[in-house]
Write a protein that binds this ligand. Structure first.
Ligand SMILES: Nc1ncnc2c1ncn2[C@@H]1O[C@H](COP(=O)(O)OP(=O)(O)OP(=O)(O)O)[C@@H](O)[C@H]1O
Ligand SMILES: [Mg+2]
Length: 342
């Protein structure tokens, strides 16, 4: 059994190339403070965020594309693999996407976590390559193609051609930073303290990168910063647009930076091919239009944007041997030594 895994700051997505996406859950775990055992993971644990008593810790074990809490990441992976593999006896071969810029130590920690969670073999696939393959792009062509993968913790912009990434850069300002910006905005405007989960809901339900017509509104509930009493306010899409302006500006600057150092021949290709958007944040209303206005280059949002990386990782694994030559995946590929397999 082959599986592609995207273990992100916000979500863990697992794709079986023969069956499609088989797991898509928030990458959140709830553990007992007393003995550290896992109480819940995924959606169930996410519902506990902000509602947990002192005896339960609710954590996102992956932060900004790297493992922040090793033990919890391993437990989360173990549960997810068990759910996906259920009655199978043979352990799966897994392709995990990792950001290009992670250190060797961080790379190894991904491999070890996946192995001890129950995989037979692990191949690390560069995240941008996985995103592009998942978006349906043919990355083996001698053609410059720009992929913007925007998630919860990181935004990565890469120009791919033939052998992988020609130019790339990333920032740790993404979906979560927008949620935090919305929390600050609502507090400053209305004296209302809302949770990051409420802020994320506002971003998904009415958020936009440019004002939309008709304007959308929704009620946000929280606690009054002065009286301490619970209350609600009606917030509009224009206000959310204003609240997330700074993180959006950083995203535009990142694209600009990458374009500035892209060799002219590849830049010419990007003008024809456009920019491909992947990751959950790619689904923010008007984001393609904002980028088009800022760069003059057409933007396309990939289908199933937030699952692209896992889908692409799964496909990359199927062709791993041919990829090692084309994408230098060989250098990312770690085969288990016999003693670890047993
Ligand atoms: N429709 C939507 N509109 C706006 N934002 C959205 C939408 N759907 C999801 N998001 C945001 O996308 C982010 C999650 O994206 P994704 O699942 O790609 O992240 P991730 O891969 O877990 O994180 P990372 O790659 O940064 O480690 C969250 O911040 C979420 O709020
Ligand atoms: Mg991601």
């Amino acid at each position: 059994m082959n599986l592609g895994i995207d273990l992100g700051t916000s979500r863990i997505v697992i794709c079986d190339p023969s069956r499609g996406v088989v797991l898509d859950e928030p990458s959140v775990v709830a553990v007992s403070q007393k003995d550290g055992h896992m109480i819940a993971f995924g959606r169930e644990a996410e519902e506990m965020l902000g509602r947990n008593p002192d005896t339960i810790r609710v954590v996102r074990p992956v932060q900004n594309g790297v493992i922040a809490e090793y033990e919890l990441t391993e437990q989360l992976l173990r549960r997810c693999l068990a759910k996906v593999c259920s009655a199978r006896i043979i352990k799966p071969c897994v392709a995990v996407s990792v950001a290009e810029k992670v250190t060797e130590v961080e790379r190894r920690s991904f491999i070890e976590a996946v192995i001890s969670a129950g995989a037979r073999r692990v191949t690390l696939v560069p995240e941008a390559v996985a995103a592009a393959i998942g978006a349906g792009m043919d990355v083996s062509r001698p053609l410059g193609q720009m992929v913007l993968n925007a998630g919860g913790g990181t935004v990565d912009v890469s120009v791919l051609s033939l052998k992988g990434e020609a130019v790339s850069a990333s920032i740790r300002v993404a979906g979560q930073a927008m949620d935090e910006a919305i929390v600050r905005y609502v507090r400053a405007q209305y004296g209302l303290i809302i949770s990051e989960q409420t802020a994320e809901r506002l971003k998904i339900d009415i958020g936009c990168a440019l004002p939309i017509d008709p304007v959308l509104t929704v009620e946000a509930k929280g606690r009054d910063s002065i009286s301490g009493l619970p209350r609600g306010v009606v917030v509009s899409s224009d206000e959310i647009c204003e609240a997330i302006r700074e993180p959006l500006q950083e995203l535009l600057e990142l694209i600009q930076q990458v374009l500035e150092v892209t060799p002219p021949e590849l830049a010419a290709d990007i003008i024809t091919e456009g920019i491909w958007l992947t990751g959950g944040l790619a689904e923010l209303r008007q984001l393609p239009l904002l980028i088009e206005h800022a760069t003059g280059i057409a933007c396309h949002v990939a289908q199933k944007a937030h699952q692209c990386v896992a889908i692409g990782a799964g496909k990359a694994l199927k062709y791993a041997s041919s990829f090692s030559a084309v994408y230098d995946l060989g250098s990312f590929s770690y085969r288990l030594s016999d003693n670890v397999t047993n």
